[in-house]
Every structure is written in structure tokens, then in C-alpha cells.
Design a protein around this ligand. Structure first.
Ligand SMILES: N[C@@H](CCC(=O)N[C@@H](CS)C(=O)NCC(=O)O)C(=O)O
Length: 234
């Protein structure tokens, strides 16, 4: 089988190193499914130029996308990629285990309780890693107009963000005291989504990640143990 081409996002200051929560979902997916793939690295600027030439759909360009060369298929969006790979390669380990709805609802919960709070604690590091000073300023301006406010206003008090993150993680920590993965004994899409969000912070600021996100002083060790368990698929 020809390797699947997987388009991942590169930050110039980090080199060819995964960091994006959305592309991490596809990396975990491909690794769990043990599908052969090659990574094609693109910068934010290249997302705008290279991705539309491949998708040819007119959809807003984003990564991840995959090109399944063997089947002549291009798929955009991490959840759709997971669905496509489940359907196309049913002999590989499943991520939905016959209950796609459950996994989708956990994804929604992670999206609404954790995603923005997590992004806010590393957004300044992302801007710094984006390119030279002029490029950083342009990127900042672009994101500020998208959010309709200065980045510092969006971040607010980082301690409030950390508190919201810990609140959002509480149920998951508890679940993981009872089962090795979020929906039971096998790794699934819900694990992929949460692990990808956490990898994002680990990649951008490992010290902050360890001390303030995984932080298990006075808390269950279950989240840290699960994160280590998930690292074989990262
Ligand atoms: N729901 C989409 C989100 C994709 C997405 O927003 N990707 C970001 C990278 S994390 C992107 O490509 N951003 C391009 C940009 O902001 O210009 C997915 O899961 O694939």
C-alpha cells in the first residue's frame, strides 16, 4: 500500500515537530490504526496556498488533510478523516467501537470546556514561534481581528484559564481511575481528542504542561498515567 500523505502544520521556530491539536488527532488516528503514512509539513501561510490546490473543494483551507493515494481520495477535517479511515480500513483497530455518537459527544464536551482555555495559555508562544518579527505582528493582527479583541484581552487572567482547565479535566480524571481509556478498555476517538489537546500544550510549553495541567499534587494520578499510556501512539 502506498503511504497516506498526511498534511501537518509546522511552526518555523519548532522545525518539523507536531504541535497542533487538530493535526495531532490525525497523527494519533493513523498511528492507532497502524496505517503507513508520510508527513507533509506546511506552514500557516502554506495552508492558504497549498491546501486548496489539493482539496479543490473551495472549502476554507485547514489542516489536517490526508491524501489516500491508493484510493485517489482527499479528506479534510480530523473527524471526517477518522470516519473515512474507519470505513475504508475496517480491518484496522477501531476508534469508534460501534458508538460514534458517544465519541462525538465527548469531542463536543472537550471542545466547549477545554479547547479555548488550553489555547489561551500557549497562544503567545505560538505567535513567538510563527516567524520573524514582522510575520509575528501580521499573524497577531490577523488573529486579533478574527477574535475581535487584543490577544491579551482574549487570554484574560491565565490563572482563571488554569482553573477552568482543571474543572474541565475533573470528570476525565475520575473516569480514568476506573477504566484505562475514556470509554472503556480500548483506546478510542475520545482519547485521541483529549490527548491531542494535551499534546498541544506539552509541545508548546512542557514545564507549564507538567506543573499546571497534568498537575497531580492533591489529585488523582490517573490522567498522567493515561497520558503516558497514550504516548505510544503520539
Ligand atoms: N475542525 C477542524 C479544524 C481544523 C483547523 O482549524 N486547523 C487549523 C490548525 S490547528 C488550521 O488549519 N488553521 C489554518 C489557519 O488558521 O489559517 C479539524 O479538526 O480538522
Amino acid at each position: 500500500m502506498k503511504p497516506i500523505q498526511f498534511y501537518d502544520l509546522r511552526l518555523p521556530a519548532l522545525g518539523e515537530k507536531s504541535w497542533s491539536p487538530n493535526t495531532y488527532k490525525t497523527r494519533y488516528t493513523l498511528n492507532i490504526k497502524r496505517l503507513s503514512y508520510e508527513t507533509k509539513w506546511v506552514t500557516f501561510q502554506e495552508v492558504l496556498t497549498i491546501i486548496p490546490e489539493i482539496t479543490k473543494t473551495g472549502e476554507t483551507p485547514t489542516v489536517p488533510i490526508i491524501v489516500d493515494v491508493e484510493k485517489d481520495k482527499v479528506i479534510q477535517e480530523s473527524f471526517k478523516i477518522a470516519q473515512y479511515l474507519e470505513d475504508t480500513y475496517p480491518e484496522t483497530p477501531s476508534l469508534f467501537h460501534g458508538n460514534e455518537e458517544l465519541h462525538a459527544s465527548i469531542q463536543k464536551k472537550i471542545g466547549s470546556t477545554l479547547a479555548l482555555n488550553l489555547a489561551c495559555i500557549v497562544v503567545l508562544k505560538i505567535i513567538k514561534a510563527y516567524g520573524n518579527e514582522a510575520e509575528q505582528a501580521k499573524f497577531r493582527k490577523d488573529r486579533e481581528s478574527k477574535f475581535g479583541m487584543p490577544i491579551e484581552q482574549l487570554i484574560g487572567d491565565p490563572e482563571d484559564r488554569i482553573k477552568a482547565i482543571q474543572d474541565g479535566l475533573e470528570d476525565f480524571r475520575e473516569t480514568l481511575t476506573k477504566t484505562p481509556y475514556l470509554t472503556g478498555s480500548e483506546v478510542g476517538w475520545a482519547d485521541v481528542v483529549l490527548a491531542s489537546q494535551l499534546r498541544f500544550i506539552d509541545s508548546m510549553d512542557p514545564e507549564l504542561f507538567d506543573s499546571r495541567v497534568l498537575d497531580d499534587t492533591n489529585r488523582e494520578k490517573s490522567l498522567r498515567e493515561w497520558y503516558v499510556r497514550m504516548s505510544v501512539y503520539a
